[in-house]
Each structure stands twice: as C-alpha cells, then as structure tokens.
Design a binder for this molecule. Structure first.
Ligand code: NDP
Ligand code: MG
Length: 379
C-alpha cells in the first residue's frame, strides 16, 4: 500500500489523480486531501476516502466544511499550517502537489525535508524555488517525479548514465498559434480558456494561451534534469502526439508518444518505476492524419522569451516572473487587463527588480510578494 497526501484534490489534476487511484484501490490510500475553498467537492472526497487530514486553506470555509462532515474522524486544518501538516504526515510515502501557484513551494520543501517522495504537478514551485527544491531533494534522497506531461515524457526517455545533448519540449502552441499578431490585444478570457488539446484549470489554460506555460516548463526542465537553458528547445507541435523528446550525443532522439490524457503521466508518477495496466484509450496511428512542427513565434508570444531570459538570469528573477504572472493572469481573467498586457507588465516588473543571486526561501517569498505589489506601480 502506498500512502498519498494530495494537495489540490479538487482541481483538474487532483480529480484526475483520484480517478487513477480509484483504479487501484488495493495499492493506494489517500491519507490527506487539501483544497483552497471548494468545500462541497472536498467534503464529498473526504467522505469517500476518509483521510487522516482534510485541509481547507481558506479559514472562512472551515465551519462550512466541518458542518458537512459530522461523522469525520480525522482532523480538519486550514491555511499554510494545514498544507504543511498534510505534506509531512508521518504515514505519507508520497506527496502529490497539484495546487496551482507558488503557494505549493513551502509545503513541498517541508515534505522533502520530511523524506517524502514528491509527485510534482505544481510547476510554479520549481520555477520560483528550483534552486532550493532540487538540492534539498538530493540531500534527503527524495525522488521528484514529474507529473507535467512534457517532463514526464522526458523522464521516461532518460537513459541511465547517458549525457543529454538537448531536451526538445513540445508545445501545442495554444489557441492563438495562427491568430494575427495585431488582433491579439483583443483576446478575451472566454477565448483564452478554450484550449485545443488539453482540459486544464483556468490559470494554466491562460498560461498556455500566452505560452508562458511553456516558458515555465523550460525553467522546470532546467531544474528537474539539471540542463542548461541553451540545451532546452521548444518545438511547436499542434497535435500534441509527441509529449517531448530527448536528444543524445550520437544524434539519437527518443520521444514519448500517446493520447493527450494527463492520467497517463499522473499514473506513471504514482507507480514509478513500474508501469501498470489501465484501460485508457490508445493512440491510433491509422487515424492520425499528420503531425507537424514549427518554431515558436517569440514576437507573438513574448512570455516565452521573458521566461527564458528570467531563467537564464537566475536568482530571484524566475520567482518575480512567476509572481507577476500569477497576478496578471487573475487580472486578465477578471477582465481588468488585456491579453498582451500580461507580457508587457511582466517585462516592466523584471526591469525594476534587483536580483538576489543565491536566494534563501525568505528571499524568494519576499521577491514573489514584491512582484505582486509592484504591479500597482508598473501599469
Ligand atoms: P486547478 O485550478 O484546476 O486546481 C487547483 C487546485 O489547487 C484546486 O484543488 C484548488 O482548490 C487547489 N488550491 C489552490 N490554492 C490552494 C491553496 N492555497 N491551498 C490548498 N489548495 C489550493 O489547477 P490544475 O489542476 O489545472 O493545475 C494544478 C497544477 O498542476 C498547476 O501548477 C498546473 O500548472 C499544473 N499542471 C496542470 C495540468 C493540467 O492538465 N491541469 C498539466 C500540467 C501541469 P479549490 O478547488 O478549492 O480552489
Ligand atoms: Mg505541460
């Protein structure tokens, strides 16, 4: 039996992860479930899985959750303390971090310090805090198992002992791949929320539309696979059949192919190093008409360029890029700013930032907060 703490159980990844664990009830036990404010769904999940701990981050929803769970024998916790308690439960073998945003950083660090393996969906954690997360994982002999499909693909293509020459991260290009540059400023939230190949939470869906998602993934790959930025290439591949590739020193390229279904990488992170049977639909090559490739258009998608630059500059820059992006995506979703204001204002913030080269956790959190506050000044 593998005991799992799931942070972000009510989200897109969280719900799919529960579907996967439902396929193997003898193998997995959910011992902690955490959400931000979706009390109704969390209460249903708690009734079904009877975890030791249920966390509702938003304190104002605590009583509401308690009322819905009169017979629950476990603990109900709130806030960052609650997330950390869930991530460090004595019995947990694996923590699946599927919250959205840099809020996942501290619980992930604490889980690693407590010796838990991590199945990581929450890319913002590595973007902002990779310089702390990866060394701490090494020190504690903890595995960081990627859930993000591209990184799971790369992970599955790794050959023990072989030097990687290049990582080829594939990108669908999002819904605006062929959209005219001059009309991009008129893109509305409803338009950005329609992703051509993946069904995901709202924040990552907007990130996919701006291609910031791919930028965050480049930084995520840099940390997961300890590879310099110049050896990570983004390849636009609209059909999302190849989920990413690894190029070796003899020019051989290994790729990971399959249906676009997050349950595949989620399952692999939960069952690693084994592959278990599932009944998901298989890729049918007879039905594949064509698969195509292109270079990303950095003029149309400046977020990708900004992420490379922030990643390369290092230190606290990626945390600032991420913090500013998180706020701007919410502002865009609320109709307060335009689509192209996202990269424009991130660039403005990055220009003002005084970087710390070797940040502590405090430095990272301070830089994240600084970026969010500075947005009021950088219009
Ligand atoms: P969703 O918005 O669908 O879900 C986010 C989840 O996190 C919800 O359960 C939400 O709770 C919870 N949450 C948010 N803030 C907190 C908090 N402070 N405390 C506790 N729980 C919190 O996001 P996704 O599932 O789409 O994405 C999750 C992560 O996985 C992101 O980092 C994303 O980039 C990454 N990812 C997602 C993919 C996908 O296909 N969806 C693919 C690859 C990576 P509530 O419901 O109560 O708000
Ligand atoms: Mg991805």
């Amino acid at each position: 039996m593998k005991y799992i703490a799931l942070l972000g159980s009510t989200g897109s990844i969280g719900r799919q992860a529960l579907e996967v664990t439902d396929w193997f009830p003898e193998e997995f036990s959910l011992i902690a479930l955490a959400a931000h404010s979706n009390v109704d769904l969390l209460a249903q999940q708690v009734k079904k899985y009877q975890p030791q701990v249920a966390v509702i981050y938003d304190e104002d929803r605590y009583l509401d959750l308690k009322e819905q769970l009169p017979f629950f024998k476990g603990e109900i916790l709130t806030g960052m303390e609650g997330l950390i308690a869930a991530a460090t439960l004595a019995q947990a073998d694996l923590v699946l971090t599927a919250v959205s945003g840099v809020i996942g950083l501290q619980p992930t660090l604490q889980a690693i310090a407590a010796g838990k393996d991590i199945a990581l969906a929450n890319k913002e954690t590595l973007v902002a805090g990779g310089s702390l997360v990866m060394p701490l994982a090494k020190e504690n002999g903890v595995k960081i198992l990627p859930v993000d499909s591209e990184h799971s693909a790369v992970f599955q293509c790794l050959e023990a002992g072989e030097r990687i020459e290049k990582i080829l991260l594939t990108a669908s290009g999002g819904p605006f791949r062929t959209y005219p540059r001059e009309e991009m400023k008129f893109i509305t939230p409803a338009m950005a929320l329609k992703h051509p190949t993946w069904q995901m939470g709202p924040k990552i869906t907007v990130d996919s539309a701006t291609m910031m998602n791919k930028g965050l993934e480049v930084i995520e790959a840099r940390w997961l696979f300890d590879i310099p930025f110049e050896d990570i290439t983004v390849v636009v591949h609209p059909q999302s059949v190849i989920h990413s590739m690894v190029q070796y020193q003899d020019g051989s390229i290994l790729g990971h192919l399959g249906k676009t279904d997050m349950k595949i990488p989620i399952q692999y992170a939960l069952t690693y190093p084994r592959r278990w049977r599932n009944d998901l639909e298989r890729l049918d090559f007879g039905k594949l008409k064509e698969i195509t490739f292109a270079e990303p258009d950095l003029n149309k998608f400046p977020c990708l360029k900004l992420a490379y630059e922030a990643g390369q500059a290092g230190g606290t820059y990626p945390a600032v890029l991420n913090g500013a992006n998180e706020v701007l995506v919410q502002k865009f979703l609320h109709g307060e700013i335009g689509f192209m204001d996202i990269p424009r204002r991130i660039e403005g913030i990055l220009k003002k930032h005084e970087m710390i080269q070797k940040p502590t956790l405090d430095d990272l959190l301070t830089s994240d907060r600084w970026a969010r506050e500075m947005l009021e000044e950088v219009q």
